[in-house]
Design a protein around this ligand. Structure first.
Ligand code: HPA
Length: 276
């Protein structure tokens, strides 16, 4: 047991003390998805640090865990994730996902904002991730995976969750495609040459988060799905200068469609009683 696995255990116990038994489904919200929280009924919330989880070091983001009703079903929601580029280790970045699993969460949906690498992945498009390229140079499984190290990740993006997200986006009228997510360390955006390289390597979109959480979930046999929102053309693909403010603004615009997609997908998944 290293210090991080103790931190995971402690966080899962604190979540149980604060909220009781775990809901079967959890969501991690990226920027722009705040609208989803407004759809939660009778939601209770805590600061992440009061349940042994981490706070972002980037100003302007406060992290909280919410538990509330989504279309008649209880879900746990982590809003405000921490990133490798903040200086956290890969293990720290995935503490929330691991603690959710230890608490008893069975399935996970992760969301994020991404840049579009290829034609057809334009701002405003939702992307259901089907595979990834981990180019962050690290993994949460380095240093002794939790609970295992050598993990088959060829089906890390669960087909049932992928289908539910695709169908839900179509049902709410949001433009949606499946795609491959490249994960970069950041925090600078890519160079135009890097974006061209990513396209050649098979990426459709690029982001700075999420892939560590997917790897941690796979190691714990927790089915997961990822809904990305394209907030900008990748560097060099338009004349725009990339700025965090513009990315955040676009995320808020596309975030409404993403929030409806999420709640529709969750409702269908929990109503059908499809098991992981
Ligand atoms: N690159 C990396 N991460 C991102 C981008 C991007 O263009 N847009 C939003 N997150």
């Amino acid at each position: 047991m290293n210090a991080e696995s103790n931190a995971v255990k402690r966080a899962s116990e604190l979540l149980e003390q604060r909220f009781g038994a775990a809901p079967s489904m959890a969501v991690v919200l990226g920027s722009g998805l705040g609208g989803f929280l407004e759809q939660l009924d009778a939601a209770e919330q805590v600061d992440t640090d009061s349940v042994g989880l981490l706070q972002p070091r980037v100003a302007g983001h406060g992290a909280r865990v919410w538990v509330g009703g989504c279309a008649g079903h209880t879900v746990a929601v982590a809003a405000g994730r921490v990133h490798l580029y903040e200086g956290y280790t890969a293990q720290e970045v995935v503490r929330t996902v691991r603690a959710f699993r230890e608490w008893g969460v069975e399935r996970l949906i992760l969301t994020n904002a991404v840049g579009g690498v290829r034609d057809g992945f334009d701002p405003g498009t939702l992307v259901v991730v089907r595979d990834h390229l981990n180019l962050q140079g690290t993994s949460p499984l380095v240093g002794g995976g939790y609970p295992r190290t050598f993990v088959d990740v060829s089906a890390a993006y669960d087909p049932t969750l992928r289908r539910a997200l695709l169908d839900a986006a179509t049902a709410v009228g949001a433009p949606v495609r499946e795609g491959v997510l490249a994960a970069m360390l950041g925090p600078s955006y890519e160079t135009p040459a890097e974006v061209r390289m990513l396209g050649t390597m098979g990426a459709d979109v690029v982001g700075m988060s999420t892939v560590p959480e997917v790897l941690a979930a796979a190691a714990m046999s927790m089915p997961c799905g990822v809904l990305s929102m394209v907030t900008n053309h990748g560097a060099g693909r338009s004349d725009d200068v990339l700025s965090h403010d513009d990315v955040t603004r676009m995320a808020a615009t596309a975030g409404a469609a993403a929030a409806s997609t999420l709640s529709t997908a969750i409702e269908r998944l929990l109503e059908e009683g499809t098991r992981p």
